[in-house]
Design a protein around this ligand. Structure first.
Ligand code: AMP
Length: 351
């Protein structure tokens, strides 16, 4: 168990790191962030910031020295430099390695009995044509690495589109388009002793590949599939000997939950847990990586909606507070660029 006053290192400087650091501070820990980015919004609530490149071995070693435990908030952190952190890195790097490549991730989850959308690797135009021939269209061409919030993705409506689309220079994957009833995620926390807890699964609605809202209660199409999805998530967490918060995203379909992707971290579809659950995803991640017992994850209101504030929506965020049931979270980002997550609101509904 990490003593109060201990230092937690956070790799990445975005909003997830910011909300982790706020939860950690409440429990008497201090956080320091490591990020090569210009804007490090986690830095506003951290005791110190290492503004270094990921492959700066000296800086990474010094960061490890300065921390009692190190975690990440960004899953595209390159894995090789993290060897300098040794056992201080929690969760372990295998979870990152698995999630950084869509192909590895799908094979790994399939090996545990999960069902992803039909897929094929694409490294050339002829691969793409073959993939569409086998899997059919519509479908989505996705880069295997570095993708998030719908970035690095191209929709393909018909075999004809394959002629026009530019093939990414990095390895890619073609996925058949899933006809789903709803999207949902399973978010769990696993403690150092293997104990696991789950939050309720929200109904997630995406716009342009990015999460727009998460809502409770979720429709039956989701709740009927949660148990099966949780069983898969449980196996993934055990197989990775994972410690911390882990997210798996699913499509609810007429043939059961189809695995979309995993995020080895706290997740946007779990932001509602700050006000809406007895213990938030951020608090439980800190508890898990510090070797503390996990908190109760139960939902505290019968209804809830979490809404992302994206791009220009952030120009008048305080207007959302005219509804007294709404809580506002702004991430401190300077420029409200299109498609940029600037904050979110959570509205609890007690009747
Ligand atoms: P991803 O980054 O892979 O999670 O994709 C972002 C969003 O795009 C998903 O949450 C879905 O709304 C949509 N999407 C991605 N892949 C598929 C698919 N194979 N079939 C249908 N919709 C998809």
């Amino acid at each position: 168990m990490l003593k109060p006053g201990s230092t937690i290192g956070i790799l990445g400087g975005g909003q997830l790191g910011r909300m982790l650091a706020i939860a950690a501070a409440q429990m008497g820990y201090r956080c320091i962030a490591y990020s090569p980015e210009k804007e490090i919004v986690a830095g506003d609530v951290c005791a110190d910031v290492f503004r270094n490149k990921w492959d700066d071995a000296q800086a990474m070693a010094a960061f490890g020295q300065a921390c009692d435990v190190v975690t990440w908030e960004f899953e595209n952190v390159p894995v090789a430099p993290l060897a300098a952190l040794g056992e201080k890195l929690v969760p372990n790097a295998r979870a990152l390695e698995t999630a950084q490549d869509r192909l590895n991730e799908k094979r790994f989850v399939e090996g545990l009995g999960g069902q992803p959308a039909p897929y094929a690797t694409v490294d050339s135009r002829s691969d793409l044509i073959e993939a569409i021939d086998r899997i059919g269209a519509p479908g989505i061409l996705k880069t295997r690495g570095e993708g998030y919030d719908g970035k690095g993705q191209w929709r393909i409506q018909s075999a004809h589109d394959a002629e026009g689309v530019s093939i990414p220079s990095t390895p890619a994957i073609y996925e058949g388009f899933v006809t789903f009833e709803a999207e949902f995620s399973v978010i769990l926390a696993r403690g150092a002793d293997g104990e696991m807890v789950f939050w309720d699964s929200t109904h997630n609605i995406h716009e342009g590949g990015m999460l727009a809202t998460s809502t409770l209660p979720a429709p039956d199409s989701v709740t009927m599939q949660v148990e099966k999805a949780r069983n898969l998530a449980r196996q993934v967490a055990d197989a990775l000997n994972y410690v911390g918060v882990l997210t798996l995203e699913f499509f609810a379909t007429s043939s059961g939950p189809v695995f979309n992707e995993m995020a080895p971290r706290v997740h946007n579809s779990g932001h509602w847990t700050i006000e809406g659950a007895a213990t938030s995803q951020f608090t439980n991640h800190i508890r898990a990586i510090c070797g503390l017992p996990l908190g109760d994850t139960r939902t505290i209101a019968p209804g809830m909606v979490m809404r992302n504030i994206v791009g220009k929506d952030a120009n008048t965020p305080h207007e959302t507070l005219s509804d007294p049931a709404t809580q506002l979270h702004l991430y401190g980002k300077a420029r409200a660029l299109d498609g940029r997550k600037m904050g979110h609101t959570t509205t609890l509904k007690f009747d």
